[in-house]
Design a protein around this ligand. Structure first.
Ligand code: DGL
Length: 277
């Protein structure tokens, strides 16, 4: 661990654009910190890939962020959190550098979801990979065993978002289809987790078809508050993070395409650099 280095941003990783919904809130909540975003756009989506592949890709991206100076990396991707986080934390980090940390997005969401539901019936929209991993079921059970949790995999949603197809009737069809299917499991669902960091980009379409009384939880603010709390409890890590308000972006794909779409999703202009893994 290099205590004297000057650039040690918080690494934020996602398969593509979805992690920007988390980054946006992280920057608001921790405005002084430096952040380095890495989107593995060249290999997105991860949602339907095997455990081995998601683990291998995620580890490569995490190592790339460590090589750029990060001491702490947030997997701003549910699929990677579901399929790779535990192995990275338990097997890879102790070998690489036991002082570095990698945190995910599933636990912070699972820790608070029960506070939102009166009916005790909640729904989760996520990728195939996240649903099949059952990570949400396992984590929520630890904090709120009384909840009835219904999962719905939405494999078309990420490709629609990655291709910026938010505003067409094909997208409406796929959004309504999964909402109807989720509610066919239980009419009592009153809270829904968007358990994929891409999905907030689809929120305006989702809200068109969702019953008005249902609470829709997005993860950006939840993860940001949880990280703020983590840093308050881990002064040794907080001290290492550089705080010069710098924001940098890396993509494994074409930078001009990334900049164009990422600027729309992030809400301000972005100039990324290419990274080969
Ligand atoms: N943003 C992602 C997630 O939270 C990944 C989606 C994908 O690449 O399929 O699951």
């Amino acid at each position: 661990m290099n205590q004297n280095k000057t650039y040690a941003p918080i690494g934020v990783f996602d398969s593509g654009f979805g992690g920007l919904t988390v980054l946006k809130e992280l920057v608001k909540t921790l405005p002084d910190c430096d952040f380095l975003y890495l989107g593995d756009n060249a290999r997105a989506p991860y949602g339907s890939r095997s455990f081995e592949t998601v683990y291998e890709y995620t580890l490569e991206c995490v190592n790339a962020l460590f090589d750029q100076g990060c001491e702490l990396v947030i997997l701003a991707c549910n699929t990677a959190s579901a399929k790779a986080l535990r192995t990275i934390q338990q097997i890879d980090l102790p070998k690489k550098d036991p002082h570095k940390r990698v945190l995910g997005v599933i636990r912070p969401t699972s820790e608070i979801v029960g506070h939102y539901s009166k009916s005790k019936h909640i729904g989760i929209f996520a990728t195939n990979g996240t649903v099949l991993s059952e990570s949400y079921l396992i984590e929520i059970e630890k904090f709120f065993p009384e909840l009835n949790v219904y999962q719905e995999a939405c494999p078309m949603w990420v490709p629609l978002i990655e291709n910026n197809e938010l505003d067409n009737i094909g997208t409406d069809y796929f959004v309504k289809k999964h909402i109807d299917h989720l509610f066919s499991n239980s009419k009592q669902i009153d809270t829904i987790i968007l358990g994929c960091t891409h999905y907030p980009l689809l929120a305006p379409v989702i809200l068109k078809f969702l019953p008005k009384e249902v609470t829709l939880l997005t993860q950006g603010e939840i993860v940001a508050n949880s990280l703020k709390d983590y840093l308050a409890r881990h002064e040794e890590m907080n001290k290492l993070i550089s705080k010069n308000k710098q924001l940098h972006f890396l993509t494994t794909d074409d930078t001009s395409q990334f900049d164009e779409k990422a600027s729309i999703f992030f809400g301000s202009s972005i100039h990324s650099s290419h990274i080969s893994l």
